[in-house]
Design a protein around this ligand. Structure first.
Ligand code: NAD
Length: 458
């Protein structure tokens, strides 16, 4: 179906107000939950075909998160969607004041390939719960999951409510030519800018969930084995193809040798001596991304891993020692299983390395010294982060998830997702039993009383 026609159909449907019936929405969310559970094996199969993702990782990072998001939405949708009474301003006395949540209308969601199920369905749940219609454009690079999404969502929703449009750049370009009421994009910074430009002529609001080069600082107070175990999980889950994966390490000189030793042993513990044969280690999504990653190894000192097999889209978990700041691996987001290890001596060294990059999406500090990690949290600007672990802030739907600067605009998850997809109307309902004359002209000598009133209510 042509983009214009889909949009027009959804706009008409939105006008019927059917998408705003909370009980009907709850039924749809229950149906979505049931369909996901009944297709659990098919979801695993699609993710495996796309890039050999293990069932465990698929549940942890795709299916489980979505079930929790549906459950939280079902639990709270009644209260989220009701008008909220807020304290009225004394200046408006007598009145009752409210915040009304109103859906934007027709929403376009553009999803990436790296968590192709979760990053498509999580924003969709929030957009639907808030009362919008949705056109979802999943990634062309994970075709099995995209097809599964189309089949699954068309079973639950009518196309005038939710429609999946598959395709790559040409199809997305056509969709972006239309006037949406909201665009939610997850992907690269470069494409995020294309989306923002396409939205600008219509002043369409956007959420941009982008990437960045996420630092991980490890100070001298840490036991390296625990750090290594948590880092190996955070960096090599999904073969490093995670927007909030630690991109590079900044480790204090005094523990660097021990940390490298422990990282090597933890990688071997997790994936064996040949990770290519491990059932738990995914593949690089396609040959273009594999070539991009292999190119990063050329001007670097590989101290572990570094092997690859293009016929299997495989790249081993890889450690790089002290890359120069102008090497390929330090130029941009790695988005793969390569971990550069840099060292520092002073906080100035940290500052000098971080200053090479824009504000990252994720930020990690391992330290037993609360004054050190609090200083890091307060000194640097970034989307969100975790202390003494990596990535797990993503798992709490009470925390906002999103970037700042080049890592993105806006946040979602839980209630914040509902709020992202609803316009907040501020409403004052003025009572008529009293009409204070102060504000009406002629003002003559009323200024003194006005000032007193402001002071009284401030
Ligand atoms: P991408 O930007 O290449 O693609 C994302 C989506 O945009 C896809 O659906 C794709 O079809 C579409 N697209 C690609 N080129 C386009 C163009 N020229 N015009 C219009 N649409 C286009 O990103 P990706 O490779 O799928 O994902 C990797 C990137 O996404 C990384 O930078 C990663 O950090 C980021 N990411 C961010 C988050 C987050 O939550 N902030 C999550 C996952 C991934």
């Amino acid at each position: 179906m042509e983009a214009k026609l889909i949009l027009e159909t959804q706009k008409q449907y939105f006008l019927t107000r059917a998408t705003r019936d909370v009980n009907a929405l709850k039924n749809l969310l229950v149906k979505l939950r049931k369909e996901i559970i009944s297709r659990e094996e098919a979801i695993y199969e699609a993710l495996y075909k796309d890039f050999k993702k293990s069932k465990f990782e698929a549940y942890l990072s795709e299916v489980g998160i979505i079930i929790s998001e549906i459950d939280a939405t079902l639990k709270h949708i009644d209260s989220w969607s009701k008008p909220k009474r807020v304290r009225a301003s004394g200046l408006n006395f007598p009145s009752k004041d409210y915040i009304y949540s109103e859906p934007y209308g027709t929403v376009l969601i553009i999803a990436p390939w790296n968590y192709p199920f979760q990053l498509a369905v999580a924003p969709l749940i929030a957009a639907i719960a808030a009362g919008n219609t949705v056109v979802l454009k999943p990634s062309e690079h994970t075709s099995h999951t995209s097809q599964l999404l189309e089949d699954l969502l068309s079973t639950v929703f009518t196309p005038e409510h939710v429609k999946v449009v598959q395709g790559g750049v040409p199809e997305t370009t056509l969709l972006l030519k239309e006037r949406w009421d909201y665009i939610f994009f997850t992907g690269s910074v470069a494409v995020g800018k294309i989306v923002a430009k396409a939205a600008a002529p219509f002043l369409t609001p956007v959420t941009l969930e982008l990437g960045g080069k996420n630092p991980c600082i490890i100070d001298a107070t840490m036991h390296t084995q625990l750090v290594a175990k948590r880092l190996v999980w955070g960096k090599f889950v999904n073969a490093g193809q995670t927007c909030i994966a630690p991109d590079y390490l900044l480790v204090h000189n005094s523990i660097k040798t021990q940390l490298i030793h422990d990282l090597k042993s933890e990688i071997t513990k997790a994936y064996g001596t040949n990770p290519q044969t491990s059932e738990d280690y995914p593949r690089i999504v396609n040959s273009a991304h594999l070539s991009r990653l292999i190119a990063m190894l050329k001007d670097s000192e590989v101290i572990f891993g570094g092997t690859y097999d293009a016929s299997d889209s495989y790249l081993a978990p890889t450690l790089i020692n002290e890359p120069s700041m102008d090497s390929e691996v330090m130029k941009g987001e790695i988005f793969g299983p390569i971990l550069p290890i840099l060292s520092y001596e002073t906080e100035n060294d940290i500052q000098s390395i971080l200053s090479h990059y824009d504000k990252p999406l994720g930020f990690y500090v391992f330290s037993s010294d609360s004054s050190f990690y609090k200083k890091m949290i307060e000194t640097y600007s970034f989307g969100g982060g975790t202390i003494n672990d990596t990535m797990i802030h993503f798992g709490n739907s009470k925390l906002p998830f999103g970037g700042v600067g080049e890592s993105g605009i806006g946040t979602y998850h839980g209630k914040l997702g509902f709020d992202t997809f609803s316009h907040k109307k501020g409403i004052v309902i003025k009572a008529n039993w009293l009409d204070i004359p102060l504000r009406y002209a002629p003002y003559t000598n009323k200024l003194k009383n006005l000032k007193r009133l402001f002071k009284f209510f401030s």
